[in-house]
Design a protein around this ligand. Structure first.
Ligand code: SF4
Length: 64
């Protein structure tokens, strides 16, 4: 099975960068002001890697 991206939601500071990079895979939950994974297959591994690298608190990782 392919690895899927996971957000450690308690660490997310709600910057929105991951959603900007991959709106098909991540969504911003306004009610909790944090990002969530909505579709693990929604964007390319490259885009997910980009989100992992840009996340200021490093709370996105691969669940392998
Ligand atoms: S980039 Fe990181 S801190 Fe910013 S919204 Fe996404 S998961 Fe949260």
């Amino acid at each position: 099975m392919a690895p899927i991206p996971v957000i450690e939601i308690e660490d997310c500071v709600g910057c929105g960068s991951c959603v900007e990079i991959c709106p098909e895979g991540f969504i911003f939950n306004e009610s909790i002001e944090k990002a969530q994974v909505i579709n693990p297959d929604g964007c390319s591994a490259e885009k997910i890697e980009e989100a992992i690298e840009i996340c200021p608190v490093h709370c996105i990782h691969w669940d392998e």
